[in-house]
Design a protein around this ligand. Structure first.
Ligand code: GDD
Length: 339
């Protein structure tokens, strides 16, 4: 049996990847430093909580990382653990850097020393492009991160490339653009929108407050993106790939699409901090802007060029933004109506 380790198995991508690998007949180990029952909910939603072996794993602890890699002798190691919320990274730049930059280096070094046959996947991110240097970002686009998170992830990405080139490790970096799902954490904007609009529709909330509605992202469905991660590790040698939909939409566009799923037709008024949205038929305000959700430095627009992934992996994003909004709203509406 092929043995895989997923750090961050309790997160959105970790849970979907575990489900995918189990279907392929893998023995799946998952690392997490959070052990509360609550956090198991993603594995429970997928019905796989009893099929994976959970082990304590902490990217802040080099000894723990070294021991896990050395003792496990895994065939594949997916590093999906991170402080992954860009907004928090300005408040906790040191913890973010220790986790997102140094953590992957501990793994790479442990693999190099004690488990060089292990194939390694690093969860890199489109946030590394930050202030974009090309209209469509590919593996060859220069990076310009705009947050402590982006900077830390760029360090880890560069280390992954360097360990591959220096020591011949099978180490790959997936530069994933935003990918969402019902299992997304509620602090991320799509999930916040689908959750809170569902609550408004069910009479459990009055208003949704957001930050910058003009930010544009290249959004896809997380369940499809984890397949790309696996495909990278099936190649003869490690490489870097952009996974993206190749389309970009604003936060406002996503609000409109999610609202449509709940039969809300919106009317917009004002600009920037004064922007508001109302339900056309009733005149009720359901959206406002709160400055606290703005970021000190924004990534205004991201748009990926996934040509290399299509050509070499045969990977393509399948679900468009309207369908993604439908999947997420349905999940949240059903869940909230039962609670
Ligand atoms: N979270 C949040 N909350 N974002 C908001 C809000 C709000 O109330 N209002 C507007 N936004 C804007 C943010 O300013 C940002 O431009 C955009 O919505 C998306 O924010 P997030 O959903 O938090 O995602 P992200 O793009 O910052 O980062 C996500 O994608 C990266 C891949 O590019 C995270 O998953 C990262 O971990 C990942 O690397």
């Amino acid at each position: 049996m092929t043995k895989a380790f997923i750090s961050g198995i309790l997160g959105q991508d970790g849970a979907y990847l575990a489900e995918f690998l189990l279907k392929k007949g893998y023995e799946v180990y998952g690392g997490s430093r959070r052990n509360s029952q609550d956090e198991l909910y993603r594995l429970q939603v997928l019905g796989i909580e009893d099929e994976v072996s959970l082990v304590p794993f902490d990217l802040l602890d080099p000894y723990n990382v070294f021991e896990t890699v050395s003792a496990g002798q895994f065939d594949e190691f997916y590093n999906l653990a991170a402080q992954s919320f860009v907004g928090s990274s300005w408040e906790t730049p040191v913890v973010t850097s220790n986790t997102d930059a140094m953590g992957p280096l501990y793994i790479l070094d442990a693999i190099k020393r004690n488990s060089p046959h292990t194939k390694f996947y690093q969860a890199s991110t489109s946030e590394m492009f930050g202030l974009i240097q090309e209209p469509r970002q590919s593996e060859r686009t220069p990076f310009y991160p705009r947050s402590p998170y982006g900077v830390a992830k760029l360090f880890a990405h560069s280390m992954t490339v360097n360990y591959r080139e220096s020591y011949g490790l099978h180490a790959s970096s997936g530069i994933l653009f935003n990918h969402e799902s019902p299992l997304r954490g509620v602090q991320f904007v799509t999930k916040k929108i689908t959750t809170q609009l569902s609550e408004i529709s069910l009479g459990k909330r009055d208003i949704l407050f957001l930050g910058n509605l003009d930010a544009k992202r290249d959004w896809g469905y997380a369940k499809e993106y984890v397949e790309g991660m696996w495909q990278m590790l099936q190649l003869k040698s490690g490489d870097d790939f952009v996974l993206a939909s190749g389309k970009t939409s604003s936060v406002r566009d996503f609000v409109i699409k999610a609202a449509e799923c709940l039969d809300f037709e919106l009317e917009w008024e004002g600009e920037q901090l004064n922007e508001k949205a109302y339900i056309k038929s009733t005149g009720k305000q359901i959206l406002g802007i709160d400055e606290k959700f703005y970021r000190p430095a924004e990534v205004d627009i991201l748009l990926g060029n996934p040509t290399k992934a299509k050509d070499i992996l045969g990977w393509e994003s399948q679900t468009d933004l309207a369908d993604l909004a439908k999947i997420m709203v349905k999940f949240d509406y059903d869940r909230i109506s039962k609670s």
